[in-house]
Design a protein around this ligand. Structure first.
Ligand code: CAA
Length: 251
């Protein structure tokens, strides 16, 4: 949610206050990124159970997000832009729950937001050109580089990333190599900062699973189908770094 002044002219430099709904892994990082360029941030933390919900409730999260969007629409001024960090909920779904679909846009950050330089800007079919331009300038003001992608599940990065992470989990399951050797191969062989299993642990296995499910649902391609091991690990509460254990243990 980005507050802007003026009905028609959208100026990212005029943003004085940003609201972040949800103070989890990404919300706290995004609040950090916004605050460090001197913009006031108001954080809204939903109920505790949101953090602990499992797969079933994640499925329901689109509906809840839409409900929250309705609430926000009432309490936030008509000149505000709503920006969602979602990587899976269609922006069009969020937009259609508001009275300002032209002012709803995706602004997808990467984990950890303070360290990652990219933001994907994802307009829906209803987002105005002014709002897109505002979102790109606002991203630049945060010190990030923006790219533009259509409102389709996964945008650019997750369309490429999720099949890769799922493939790495399948290789581990097949016994092709150890988790350490799979990660080392990518880190040293391709010069990535970390291998796929460590990266999945960083993102959160519940998040990887949710995005894979959404991608599979949207495109019906086997490459997006989450491997059974991923679903079982999430069911067991092994969510990666945030829960203390995933493919690796984090003490
Ligand atoms: N919060 C804030 N800043 C952090 C941080 C965190 N959690 N982790 C690292 N940083 C900062 C450090 O402060 C440091 O900044 P300075 O250079 O200004 O001092 C910088 O990042 C480098 O950190 P380190 O030297 O401690 O560690 P590193 O060199 O091993 O880098 C890393 C850590 C940036 C996480 C790096 O390992 C990396 O880039 N990993 C890949 C991360 C990635 O691919 N993220 C995308 C995930 S996909 C996603 O998020 C989208 C989705 O929808 C799933």
């Amino acid at each position: 949610m980005l507050s802007i002044r003026g009905e028609r002219v959208v100026l990212a430099k005029d943003v004085t206050r940003v609201g972040v709904v949800g103070f989890g892994l990404m919300g706290s990082g995004i609040a950090h990124v916004v605050a460090r360029v001197g913009i006031d941030v108001t954080v809204v933390e939903p109920t505790e159970d949101l953090l602990a919900r499992g797969r079933e409730r994640l499925d329901a999260s689109t509906g809840r997000a839409v409900e929250r969007g309705r609430e926000l629409d009432r309490v936030v001024g008509p000149d505000a832009v709503f920006a969602s960090n979602t990587s899976s909920i269609p922006i069009a779904t969020l937009a259609s729950a508001t009275s300002r679909p032209d002012r709803v846009v995706g602004l997808h950050f990467f984990n950890p937001p303070p360290a990652m330089d990219l933001i994907e800007v994802t307009p829906s079919l209803m987002t105005s050109a002014d709002t897109v331009s505002f979102a790109r300038r606002f991203g630049e003001r945060l010190g990030k580089t923006t790219v533009l992608a259509k409102d389709e599940a996964g945008f650019i990065v997750n369309r490429l990333l999720i099949p890769y992470l799922c493939a790495a989990i399948r290789l581990l399951d097949e016994g092709l190599a150890t988790r350490e050797d799979i990660d080392m191969s990518i880190a040293l062989g391709l010069n990535h900062p970390m291998g796929p299993l460590r990266l999945a642990d960083l993102i959160g296995l519940d998040t990887v699973l949710q995005i894979a499910d959404v991608l599979f649902d949207e495109f019906r391609e086997p490459a997006y189908a989450p491997p059974p091991r991923l679903r079982r690990m999430v069911a067991a509460g092994r969510l990666g770094r945030k829960s203390g254990a995933g493919f690796y243990d984090y003490g």
